[in-house]
Design a protein around this ligand. Structure first.
Ligand SMILES: CNc1nc2c(CC[C@H]3O[C@H](OC)[C@H](OC)[C@@H](OC)[C@@H]3OC)c3nc(N)[nH]c(=O)c3cc2[nH]1
Length: 376
């Protein structure tokens, strides 16, 4: 995997670049649609490519490992062959899902034991095991096995957890670096910075992660309920320590405003379930602000969903019709809203990229942050 830095913004740490993988290029800053169980919910691969113009999507190790399971994915020749997405894929290591999904998990030095949320079967994720799992899924970019600390979290717990994440990282790298990809293309392992919301721990963790000199680095342990100001403070501190010539991935972030603020701080890659999860509930992110389409005020508004966007669903369907579908819980409603929100997220990072290249990012961003956050 290569990363070529292109433009850097004069008035901030925002930058554009190109990540090259064996499944194609990723222009940064980039938003990565979340495809939990091997699909971006309610969206076809064709729509991801043609309407949303997604460049990379996520798969979820925990979910795919439990269902359909590694045997099926391996027989298919890896996730790209299984779900037909022939562009880059990134998978998380599963640590966060174990923390967020199965309350039966136990964390030990060896790894994390947990019971499947599907059939209650017992499993253990160790650093080595999740490297094998991600080798088998075959994502182009895979994440180290870490513990994402909750918020709030005591300093002592955050410190102990950070050191264990660093010990797990060493095991991931040693094991990953002596194994090969299973399907004839290369995979890249990103380490993950932890340290909760404590500046000294964040500094320490960023320095350890930077010392591994991997081809890209992730910032974890944020967007877990902490105030946005704290997220920005930790992100800025860590970005200033991580190497500037490698992609920086801020995990689980975020709202359109969060993304614009963190691009300013030097983040290149984002993922978040909001555009898809909230879409199914009728929350639309648009270039004019946030719309709760279930609100009665849209009942007879026959204007297009978002005229600013060029996607089919944004111009073909009206707000009134989409409101009717969401309220009636029609499947088509979830599809239109999901495609719209993802089109908007990709449009937003594409606009940011253009503004950085034009050298006009700073003033564009401050106006845009206000616009995308207002409730319509
Ligand atoms: C929301 N705030 C948020 N999400 C964090 C994720 C998970 C990202 C994950 O979040 C969903 O899993 C639950 C997505 O599936 C629904 C996954 O996409 C497949 C996505 O994987 C990258 C973190 N993952 C790790 N390994 N370490 C982290 O420290 C971390 C922090 C996060 N904050």
């Amino acid at each position: 995997m290569e990363f070529k830095l292109e433009a850097t913004d004069k008035g901030s740490k925002a930058r554009t670049g190109i990540i090259t993988t064996d499944h194609g290029e990723i222009k940064t800053p980039i938003f990565m649609p979340v495809g939990t169980a091997g699909s971006v919910k309610a969206v076809h691969q064709r729509e991801l490519k043609e309407d949303i113009k997604a460049q990379i999507i996520l798969g979820n190790t925990y979910h795919l490992y439990l269902r359909p399971g590694l045997e099926i994915i391996e027989k298919a020749g890896g996730l790209h062959k299984f779900n037909g997405w022939d562009r880059p894929i990134l998978t998380d290591s599963g640590g966060y899902q174990v923390y967020s999904l199965s309350e039966t998990r136990k964390i030990k030095e060896e790894g994390v034991t947990f019971k499947s949320h599907i059939d209650g079967s017992k499993h253990i994720f160790t650093p080595e095991a999740v490297m094998d799992i991600q080798r088998t899924i075959g994502a182009d970019i895979i994440m180290a096995f870490d513990e994402c600390t909750p918020y709030p979290c005591e300093y002592d717990y955050a410190e102990q957890s950070m050191h264990m994440t660093h010990r797990w990282l060493k095991r991931c790298c040693e094991y990953f670096d002596k194994t090969e990809g299973k399907y004839g293309y290369s995979q890249t392992l990103f380490p993950i910075v932890q340290g909760s919301v404590y500046k000294d721990l964040r500094k320490q963790s960023a320095e350890v992660i930077a010392s591994y000199q991997r081809e890209g680095n992730a910032i974890g342990g944020l967007s877990v309920g902490e105030p946005a100001e704290m997220m920005y403070e930790m992100t800025e501190l860590v970005c200033d320590i991580l190497p500037y010539d490698k992609p920086r991935y801020l995990m689980g972030v975020g709202t359109p405003a969060n993304i614009l603020e963190c691009i300013t701080l030097g983040i290149d890659m984002f993922d978040c379930v909001m555009p898809t999860r909230n879409a199914r509930n009728g929350m639309l992110f648009t270039s004019e602000g946030i719309i709760n389409i279930k609100n009665k005020k849209w009942e007879s508004d026959f204007s297009p969903v978002d005229p600013e966007l060029s996607g089919y669903v944004d111009t073909f369907y009206s707000k009134a019709y989409l409101r009717h579908l969401i309220i009636s819980k029609e499947i088509l409603g979830a599809q239109i809203a999901s495609i719209h929100n993802l089109t908007f997220y990709l449009w937003l990072v594409g606009e940011a990229r253009a503004q950085i290249e034009a050298g006009t990012f700073a003033e564009w961003k401050s106006g845009m942050v206000k616009k995308v956050s207002q409730r319509l």
